[in-house]
Design a protein around this ligand. Structure first.
Ligand code: GAL
Length: 689
């Protein structure tokens, strides 16, 4: 089998220089092949991954003995600019992926950048989560192992002879390892890529509750007071986020507690823990000259500064040791549960940006371009170590991620605030290994607030991010008035709507925990565009505003405060989650919903475990479960039980409860070694047949 050389007169002299290290796809895992083209760079995402492939998960997938492409359809050449890989393209083919741009979806006919940016809403595909992996509707996926700013064109230009290809240009590099993932459909190709990356993360149970971040300059007293008010007013909340003002200096940062605001950090954290809040601390990598670690970091940082601070080289062991050792001392050893890693994206074009130049040099040998592609992933990995050493899972936030990120327990967020784009982000996460939160802050109207909240509760991380607001938005949607302490007249009404959305989220925690166990074991993302679950339905190809949430719920959030939208129902029976109304699929329906409900549907023939909503998840929470039965032949559903916070489940300390329905009554069968009951099945509720 011989790969095809791209032929182009002007480039022949360069083409002649390359050699294939292998011209035959090498099977490396079930349904995964590697092809080495030219001489790949040494510093690539694969070199830095900390998790090996989740090999066991492949047994859950159909076996695909055959390489999904014709090997001679793959072309390669080196050029004065780097190298180009070409892959087949057909006019009927559709393409998805390349990371978390929130303003691109189906990519056929387009050129798309795989470049980190502070602007994920550009149609050019730069994003907070550039990922050189895409899937094709022909049922395969392709990963380019590069930290370069790649550009992929999907039938975007014609060759002289009139042909069109998928063409990936990788600057600087004279070769690349390409990994091809078989289907049979895109869904399994994504699963194989995520398993290859190490499998999805299992969140701590508390990570699936509600997260609230307070104003940037809040003191310990402000945070304690607001947190207490959440408990007193029955507003569910599990995670409280502490923003930059916890430090003596920020932008760049010292990572030293400001004792004027936080006189006793350990006591503050203990008091929050006593109310069952988990703490998430803001930080970024840029280290200020007055930070105690500044001097030690000088040899292990890049040659350019950001905001007067050093950029740690997380690709060096010493750099990690200095930076993370300090964070362990001031944060994790005091009980901090998670971090928000800010500003690791790229903002090259503004005055005083949070970026270093692409030509910067780092001691690890990475240049600035490569570091921009890797810094988010490297810092996420590094910051996990202290918690792992304490046998604690975490659930964090990050402003930029990259390739092979599936196992990292962090969710991407953004300052950009376009609700349509935020929703598209949720729809897109299933094309790769990232998670996304369409955070909520202020709003244009109560309806806008409620619709935003109804979107964020269907994300991996349900976050209200009030970093510039003193008051929660359900008391005041206008940031200026919130900071002046003025409650809005509609506060009671808005609070009611938001509380019931939060409670809906809380009732879905056991269901969502099962979906994350699937992600962990089989690589199946918990949120998926309809085209992944219904690949043969042509209607689903462009649907970027509704998605599957777990195995059997379909969410179709409303944006901009509207009360009507069109929802597509793939073939089969569907049920309105709120009214129980049965809806025949295979068609579009114009749906109206008041603010007390949203378009949320349950697939026919499934069991949906719903918990009585708790206000927060405690160490010993037992969920009281009502099992809704949809259709006459529902598929069994597995609940997972473990301590919800350590890694003991990886050693097998986990139990499964299989729910099934025999047509007249339900039964639950428990197996496994974890003994405390975390889900008490109260009753079974047939919802129609
Ligand atoms: C931004 C970040 C916000 C908030 C803010 C605090 O960079 O995206 O979520 O943390 O900084 O100043």
């Amino acid at each position: 089998m011989c790969m095809r050389l791209l032929t182009c007169l002007g480039l022949c002299m360069f083409s002649a220089m390359f050699t294939y290290a292998s011209d035959t796809p090498e099977p490396i895992l079930p349904g995964v092949w590697k092809i080495r083209l030219g001489s790949p760079e040494k510093l690539t995402p694969l070199k830095y991954r900390t998790k090996s492939p989740a090999k066991d998960g492949f047994s859950s997938l159909p076996s695909v003995p055959q390489f999904p492409l014709q090997p001679d359809e793959i072309g390669f050449e080196t050029t004065p600019r780097g190298c180009v890989v070409s892959l087949p393209f057909s006019k009927s083919e559709r393409f998805y992926g390349l990371g978390m741009s929130t303003n691109t979806f189906e990519l056929a006919g387009r050129k798309a950048w795989v470049v980190p940016s502070d602007h994920p809403e550009e149609t050019t595909n730069e994003s907070h989560g550039p990922e050189p992996f895409f899937v094709s509707s022909h049922g395969y996926g392709v990963y380019f192992d590069t930290a370069r700013y790649a550009a992929v064109s999907f039938g975007n230009s014609y060759l002289k002879g009139g042909e069109m290809n998928v063409e990936a240009e990788i600057p600087t590099a004279h070769g690349v390892d390409v990994y091809v993932f078989a289907g049979p459909s895109m869904r399994e190709a994504v699963q194989r890529y995520n398993l290859f990356s190490g499998g999805g993360p299992l969140p701590p149970l508390w990570g699936l509750g509600i997260a609230y971040r307070g104003k940037g300059d809040f003191s310990a007293a402000d945070i304690l007071q607001l947190s207490k008010s959440f408990r007193d007013t029955d507003m569910p909340c599990d995670i409280f986020g502490v923003e930059p003002g916890w430090q003596t200096q920020t932008y760049s940062s010292t990572f030293v507690w400001n004792t004027a605001k936080f006189p006793d950090p350990g006591d503050f954290i203990a008091q929050m823990h006593a109310m069952d809040f988990r703490i998430s601390m803001w930080e970024h990598p840029f280290t200020h000259p007055t930070s105690p670690i500044h001097e030690a970091l000088i040899p292990y940082s890049g040659d350019h500064q950001v905001w007067g601070g050093l950029v740690p080289d997380f690709a060096t062991e010493q750099g990690r040791k200095v930076f993370v050792g300090w964070q362990d001392k001031v944060l994790f050893s005091k009980g901090v549960d998670s971090v928000k890693i800010d500003e690791v994206d790229n903002q090259p074009f503004k005055p005083d940006p949070w970026s270093f130049p692409d030509f910067s040099k780092f001691p690890s040998g990475l240049d600035g371009e490569q570091m921009h592609s890797l810094i988010g992933v490297l810092e996420q990995q590094a910051m996990l170590a202290p918690l792992k050493a304490k046998n604690l899972r975490t659930w964090g936030l990050v402003r930029d991620s990259g390739a092979l990120a599936a196992p990292l327990p962090y969710t991407l967020y953004s300052d950009t605030y376009d609700h349509t784009c935020y929703l598209r982000g949720l729809t897109k996460i299933g094309f790769g290994g990232h998670m996304w939160v369409p955070e909520v802050r202020d709003a244009k109207s109560v309806a806008d607030l409620v619709r935003r909240v109804q979107t964020v509760i269907f994300s991996p991380y349900a976050m209200i991010n009030c970093w510039y607001m003193k008051m929660p938005p359900w008391l005041q949607i206008d940031a200026g008035k919130a900071n002046a302490g003025e409650q809005m007249p509609e506060a009671a009404e808005a609070t009611g709507y938001v509380r019931s959305a939060f409670k809906l989220r809380m009732s879905l925690i056991p269901y969502l925990y099962s979906a994350f166990n699937d992600y962990h074991q089989t690589g199946l993302p918990p949120l998926r565009a309809l085209v992944l679950d219904y690949p043969d339905d042509p209607e689903t190809v462009k649907i970027d505003n509704q998605f599957m949430f777990g195995p059997s719920l379909m969410a179709a959030p409303m944006v901009d405060g509207v009360s009507k939208r069109s929802v597509y129902f793939p073939s089969g029976d569907w049920y309105d989650f709120f009214t129980g109304e049965k809806i025949a699929g295979g068609r579009r329906v114009e749906v109206s919903k008041g603010l007390d409900q949203m378009p949320l549907y349950v697939k026919g023939d499934c069991l949906l475990p719903l918990a009585e909503p708790v206000n927060h998840v405690g160490k010993d929470t037992t969920f009281k479960i009502h099992v809704r039965v949809y259709g006459s032949h529902p598929a069994p559903f597995t609940l997972y039980e473990d301590d919800g916070e350590t890694f003991d489940f990886e050693q097998g300390d986990q139990s499964q409860v299989v729910l099934s329905w025999d047509g007249a009554k339900g039964s639950s069968k428990r197996s496994g070694t974890y003994t405390p009951i975390r889900n008490e099945i109260l009753n079974w509720e047939p919802m129609g047949s």
